[in-house]
Design a protein around this ligand. Structure first.
Ligand code: SF4
Length: 420
């Protein structure tokens, strides 16, 4: 019997709204069908991961203080880049899962991480994505006893509930930093605070985080946060507010009632500085509205910025201070933390190209890259002639092998003169 037959969609939503998400997660974690630690095959998969994703060239550049010169090209690598701890852990657990269940059908609720080459490897290992129809995941393909992996950025509580009801074996690779944010919104919910989540409402991590929240409002950036802060202080057009955040707030959200007590949470991969600014903005707003003695009854903030995101952004801020001719920012096109790195280069006015693989470099004259607005464009004459300094960084989901391929391609194009 499929989960759709066991429980209708409407019932499921109602059940989710009523349920104690914290208690559900606790009971799930005690279930024999749940695993979040891997299966003890660390040594075997470490060798496999090393050969598939690590790079001797990148090791050499690291050993040379993150600088390598060949011919006319000097590469300056950010001092923190690429695979973060949470991503390495998720990929390793996924590889262990395949080893541990060699014959079972294995599914994954989303990309394991936002990197095309790693996701391609998952498919080669016959780890299948849950199909999506009309923007809805179709869990009816999953049978009792199948294994389902939850990716590094987590899954919504509704999805976990469906899979649990279906009798699947759940392998949860959610990064502990993401779980920390979920705990934060649970704390807000417990004291009836609205969670203001700095994030992208469509991003899988934010979808998952909001599923654990009670009342919530998702703000994309400081500008949207300022709009909300102004509404808190001076009121405004309620219909306009609700239209603006129609897809970014909890069901039945009322800006006139639900902004009296707020707590801050974030998607772990947003710009650290902006999350901090948004936190300060709401702290000042509540201070102004309620005064210092009442502040603690109206505002809560916990530090949920992930160290890895912070380190990569700090390293990027250092790198853009160098005298760079251009930047190449490497990472999946749906990777939020990579987009934030590209934003830093863009803000400094450095010609910067966000690409996800070496295939995007068509020649020394032509590169296909993603702009901050999400559009893919081709830029001609991107690689200057003569001596150049190229800054390189990569997002937390990018294997070193991908970075190596791109650096080698730039060396080839410049040193062999193959600029066509
Ligand atoms: S970027 Fe941070 S939160 Fe995301 S997977 Fe890596 S360590 Fe975890």
């Amino acid at each position: 019997m499929s989960w759709r037959e066991k429980i209708g969609d409407g019932d499921l939503i109602k059940l989710t709204n009523l349920m104690d998400t914290k208690a559900f997660k606790r009971s799930l974690q005690h279930s024999e069908n749940y695993n979040r630690k891997g299966f003890g095959h660390q040594a075997e998969v470490a060798t496999q991961l090393q050969s598939e994703y690590q790079s001797d060239l990148i090791k050499e550049i690291r050993d040379r203080n993150y600088i390598l010169q060949r011919g006319d090209v000097t590469i300056r690598l950010a001092q923190a880049f690429g695979f973060c701890w949470g991503v390495e852990r998720a990929v390793a657990i996924a590889y262990q899962t395949r080893q541990h269940f060699p014959t079972e059908r294995i599914w994954i609720t989303n990309e394991i991480i936002h990197n095309p080459s790693v996701n391609q490897r998952m498919q080669e290992m016959e780890v299948q994505f849950i199909p999506v129809e009309a923007n809805q995941k179709d869990f009816s393909v999953v049978a009792t006893g199948d294994v389902v992996i939850l990716p590094a950025f987590g899954a919504s509580v509704q999805e976990m509930q469906i899979l649990h009801n279906q009798g699947c074996k759940i392998v949860d690779t959610t990064c502990p930093w993401v779980s920390k944010v979920w705990n934060t919104v649970e704390k807000h919910k417990k004291v009836d605070y609205t969670s203001i989540i700095h994030g992208k409402y469509k991003h899988e991590e934010t979808v998952a985080t909001s599923s654990f929240a009670g009342k919530y409002l998702i703000v994309l950036n400081l500008q949207e946060a300022e709009y909300v802060a102004k509404y808190i202080l001076s009121g405004g057009n309620r219909d306009e507010f609700l239209a603006k955040f129609a897809k970014a707030c909890s069901a039945g959200f009322d800006p006139d009632q639900d902004l009296e007590r707020v707590g801050i949470a974030n998607q772990t991969t947003m710009l650290k500085g902006e999350t901090e600014q948004i936190g300060k903005l709401f702290e000042h707003t509540m201070l102004q509205k309620y005064g210092p003695t009442e502040l603690n009854q109206h505002f809560q903030s916990f530090n949920t910025i992930c160290d890895a995101t912070q380190e990569r952004q700090d390293a990027m801020l250092e790198l853009v201070e160098q005298n760079l001719d251009l930047m190449v920012v490497i990472g999946g096109f749906n990777s939020s933390n990579t987009t934030q790195l590209q934003q830093i280069a863009f803000d400094r006015g450095i010609p910067s190209y966000h690409i996800d693989s070496v295939e995007r470099i068509k020649s020394g004259h032509s590169i296909e890259h993603r702009q901050l607005n999400g559009q893919l464009v081709i830029t001609e004459n991107w690689l200057p002639t003569g001596e150049i300094i190229v800054g390189i960084t990569s997002g937390a989901s990018t294997p070193d092998k991908v970075v190596e391929d791109i650096i080698k391609k730039i060396f080839d194009l410049k040193t062999t003169g193959l600029m066509v």
